[in-house]
Design a protein around this ligand. Structure first.
Ligand SMILES: C[S@@+](CC[C@H](N)C(=O)[O-])C[C@H]1O[C@@H](n2cnc3c(N)ncnc32)[C@H](O)[C@@H]1O
Length: 208
């Protein structure tokens, strides 16, 4: 990370402004919309100043995001792994984290052991009552439509894991938020029977 970005990051963490992070922001179109409309990830208008932070590993997508937000002052974009960046934040320093359609390594059943410990770190870094919004998807192994039964079993499994990490499930919505638009959401919305999505609003205990 450049020393300029490091300085801006450390300044943002010391100031009373809110910190909102998007993991895997891709080309940054959703983050740009939040910034333009001065929204938080619930699409509520911010009442205090905000530093938005977008993290993306893929160089090409990162550069597209940088170009999209080159005139926005209150944003720090990092071409890095959120797994490496997150430990640099002090515990209890982040207001909201947005995680839209994370790669399987960070959410699917087969990788559960490794991503569980990552979300433990996420929990520690959130402020008390801080929010992690996770939008994720289930598909059938044979690419058949996902039944209600399979969908509900999966939602319960996912919810139980996040509860075991300390999160409270404040909200669980079928599908992604209607106003959200990202590259993958556009693609997945076109195949809604075979790719079913959930939005989970996961909050940290307000006394921690
Ligand atoms: C399935 S895509 C979703 C992208 C975007 N959120 C969307 O909805 O279109 C996952 C994104 O996460 C990025 N990614 C994967 N692992 C990452 C990591 N460890 N750190 C930062 N970004 C990562 C990928 O490069 C990719 O852009």
């Amino acid at each position: 990370m450049s020393s300029d970005k490091l300085m801006r990051l450390s300044f943002a963490l010391k100031s009373p402004s809110k910190v909102i992070i998007e993991f895997g922001m891709d080309d940054g179109r959703l983050l740009k919309k939040l910034i333009e409309q001065d929204h938080d990830i619930n699409l509520d208008t911010n009442t205090s100043s905000v530093t938005y932070i977008g993290i993306e590993l893929d160089r090409k997508q990162f550069e597209a995001a940088e170009s999209l937000m080159k005139n926005d002052k209150n944003v720090i974009l990092l071409n890095a792994s959120f797994e490496q960046i997150l430990p640099m934040f002090p515990d209890g320093s982040i207001d909201q984290i947005l995680d839209v359609l994370p790669d399987p390594a960070y959410i699917d059943r087969t990788n559960q052991n490794s991503w569980q410990s990552f979300y433990k770190v996420v929990y520690a870094k959130l402020k008390p009552a801080g929010l992690l919004r996770l939008v994720t998807e289930i598909t059938d192994d044979l690419l058949e439509p996902v039944s209600d039964e399979a969908y509900n079993t999966w939602v319960q499994w996912l919810s139980q894991i996040f509860r075991s990490l300390g999160f409270t499930i404040r909200d669980s919505m079928d599908g992604p938020p209607a106003e959200y638009s990202t590259r993958c959401l556009t693609q997945f919305r076109g195949d809604a029977e075979r790719i079913r999505m959930i939005t989970l609003d996961l909050v940290k205990d307000k006394n921690e």
